[in-house]
Ligand binder design. Structure first.
Ligand SMILES: [Zn+2]
Length: 166
């Protein structure tokens, strides 16, 4: 009886320890933890405090907002789209076009060095992921079916962007 009590006690202690540990040992951080040398790096907890839930899901967990639900897919105002994570300017309204997809779409970033890309083979597709070069925040994907002059379609999430009028 005392032996079984000890086992139950040990199990309870293990559960309590596990519950109090923010990141279980051995489970990789979902976003790579900002270890790729970006100029702006924060812990997931810090990002959670500064971003809204949808912004966090898109920027830090590479989520995708539902089509036609974001605040910018149908925005036709002149201005600049900056990263919602760190404020770096990413895209200009001059390169925004109507793609019909329900996501804000651009044919060119404001500067080549403003963004970074990475192969993404999730969801049984090979796509090219686009992120902010300054903080690594996930923005969306780029596809080779855009209009001239680049032929590219930067398909972005409104939640990752912060629109500023000139
Ligand atoms: Zn950023």
């Amino acid at each position: 009886m005392s032996a079984s009590h000890r086992i139950v006690g040990a199990l309870l202690a293990a559960l309590l320890v596990a519950a109090c540990t923010p990141t279980p040992a051995g489970s990789p951080s979902p976003d790579g933890g900002g270890s790729k040398g970006f100029a702006v790096t924060k812990s997931n907890e810090e990002w959670r405090k500064t971003l809204g839930p949808e912004q966090y899901r898109v920027l830090r967990e590479k989520g995708t907002e539902r089509a036609f639900t974001g605040k910018y897919w149908n925005n036709h105002e002149k201005g600049t789209y900056a990263c919602a994570g760190c404020g770096q300017e990413l895209f200009s309204s001059d390169t925004k076009y109507e793609s019909g997809t329900g996501w804000p779409s651009f044919f060119r970033p404001i500067a080549p060095e403003a963004i970074g890309t990475e192969d993404d083979s999730s969801l049984f597709m090979t796509r090219t992921e686009v992120h902010c070069a300054r903080c690594g925040g996930h923005l969306g994907h780029v596809f080779p079916d855009g209009p001239p002059p680049t032929g590219l379609r930067y398909c972005l999430n409104s939640a990752a962007l912060d629109f500023k009028k000139p």
